[in-house]
Design a binder for this molecule. Structure first.
Ligand SMILES: CC(C)[C@H](C(=O)O)[C@@H](O)C(=O)O
Ligand code: SF4
Length: 463
């Protein structure tokens, strides 16, 4: 019988059915950060349990650490970091702490180290674990009690999801990136539109994407509400996984990690790649986005009172007026970073826009490479010089930084940030801070212009 890639991955990891209809699945690899793991380790201690397979876990410091310097900026973050290290030492788990060349944002570090390969099942106490779907691997976020369960048993209780196929056919227009693809999908399906689904992305526009672009797409697919995102594993995926420090994981390549021809999905969505423009979010939900040539919407364009009220609340929080041109929106800050867009390809894209240009007066621009190794690669290519000469703050350390207000990079009340991140909820980058999501090249263009702007104008000028 034809099976979807999702079903193949679930079947391959199923240990047994449970009496209540759920199943037990085997977790090939589990990642932890300093923020969502402490209670799990305390739970093990209380129950006097040990870690069943220490070599199948990795802990990375990324959420609370400062990126201006290696020193933790306050006692609370130092405690979380030190606790994680102590727990890992006690249980024999690999730990990439501050100052380690392998440290960085977990979802950048794992592919970089070859710890994800097609066919794997990876769990992590972080929702953006869907990133690994780019490799034809099943990655998903888990809660703290599940972290404890994986540590103790290497398994999880699991309920099979419904399947959704998102097909994106055709060629992307110049200046349109993977970030615009996924922002378009979120706009079309809606935040929460894929609740209860595993979403597979297919079509010529997806096949044409680099692995970095595919990771951006699968990373932000969680904003659809989907608990899994997948892309068929092709040569690009296997080549990307090979030749890295942990590529011995590649023994998972026995199966074709693709959906069989004729496999049936519960839902099908089709999007024409040619119709996607560079997008920016205007509101406080990732699906509240519009083409950079567009306007902030009017409540009259909506049908239900609930939707109208949500739009008005978002406009109020964002300090915007219905109908205004998005290119007229001035910014106070620009942030390039996060597990969505801080890989070397993202930095190269932004640097292309910034070369020979200067950040507008009054704009505080920051770039935080996704990992220490990404930073070293960027410095070897001279990208740091391009960013610094343009007026960006080039951070010497790596982490989540201004993606969320959990460390010392916090946007001020009312500050408006052009951001290469994935979430724009109220208060995400700081209390009262206003986030506009977009691609890294679009952030660079906005930093130079001092307002949201169409990156294609910069690209034309450069040619
Ligand atoms: C802190 C963590 C639990 C959270 C997540 O799960 O995604 C964070 O990484 C985020 O992006 O909001
Ligand atoms: S970079 Fe942002 S989205 Fe990614 S794990 Fe960190 S906080 Fe979450």
């Amino acid at each position: 019988m034809s099976r979807t890639l999702y079903d193949k991955l679930v079947d391959a990891h199923k240990v047994c059915d449970l009496p209540d209809g759920d199943m037990l699945i085997y977790v090939d690899f589990h990642i932890m950060n300093e923020y969502t793991s402490p209670q799990a380790f305390s739970g093990l201690d209380t129950k006097q349990l040990s870690v069943w397979r220490p070599e199948a876990h990795l802990a990375v410091v990324d959420h609370v650490n400062a990126t201006r310097s290696r020193e933790p900026h306050d006692a609370a973050s130092k405690l979380l970091i030190d606790n994680l290290e102590a727990n890992c030492t006690k249980h024999g788990i690999a730990f990439y702490g501050l100052g380690d060349r392998r440290q960085g944002i977990e979802h950048v570090v794992v592919p970089e180290q070859g710890l994800v390969v097609p066919g794997m099942l990876i769990a992590c106490g972080d929702s953006h674990t869907t990133t690994y779907g780019a490799y034809g691997a099943l990655g998903f976020g888990i809660g703290t009690s599940e972290v404890e369960h994986v540590l103790a048993t290497q398994t999880l209780r699991y309920k099979r999801l419904k399947t959704m196929l998102v097909e994106i056919e055709g060629d992307l227009a110049t200046g349109v990136t993977a970030k615009d693809i996924i922002m378009k999908v979120v706009q079309v399906i809606g935040a929460g539109g894929a609740n209860g689904y595993a979403v597979e992305f297919a079509g010529s526009a997806i096949r044409a994407q680099s692995m970095s672009g595919r990771m951006t797409i699968c990373n932000m697919a969680v904003e659809l509400g989907g608990r899994a995102a997948l892309i068929a594993a092709d040569d690009k995926a296997f080549r990307m996984a090979a030749g890295r420090p942990h590529s011995e994981m590649l023994h998972f390549d026995g199966e074709e990690w693709v959906s069989d021809p004729g496999a049936e999905f519960d839902t099908l969505v089709r999007i024409d790649a040619g119709e996607i423009a560079p997008l920016v979010s205007w509101g406080t939900s990732p699906d509240q986005s519009v083409s950079i040539t567009g306007h902030v919407p009017h409540a009259s364009s909506l049908f239900t009172p609930k939707a109208k009220a949500a739009l008005e609340r978002a406009l109020d929080y964002m300090g915007l007026t219905a109908g205004q041109s998005v290119q007229d929106i001035p910014i106070d800050g620009a942030f390039i970073g996060s597990c969505t867009n801080s890989r070397i390809e993202d930095l190269r894209d932004a640097a292309l826009v910034l070369k020979g240009r200067k950040v507008a007066k009054g704009v505080n621009a920051i770039v935080v490479p996704g990992s220490a190794l990404t930073r070293l690669q960027a410095e070897a290519e001279g990208l740091d010089t391009v960013f610094i000469e343009a007026g960006f703050d080039w951070r010497p350390e790596s982490g989540c930084s201004m993606c969320l207000a959990m460390n010392d990079d916090i946007a001020m009340d009312g500050e408006r940030i052009a951001s290469s991140t994935n979430r724009n909820f109220e208060g995400r980058q700081g209390r009262g801070a206003r986030t506009h999501l977009m691609s890294p090249a679009m952030v660079a263009a906005a930093a130079v212009a001092g307002h949201l702007t169409d990156v294609r104008n910069c690209q034309l000028e450069a040619n």
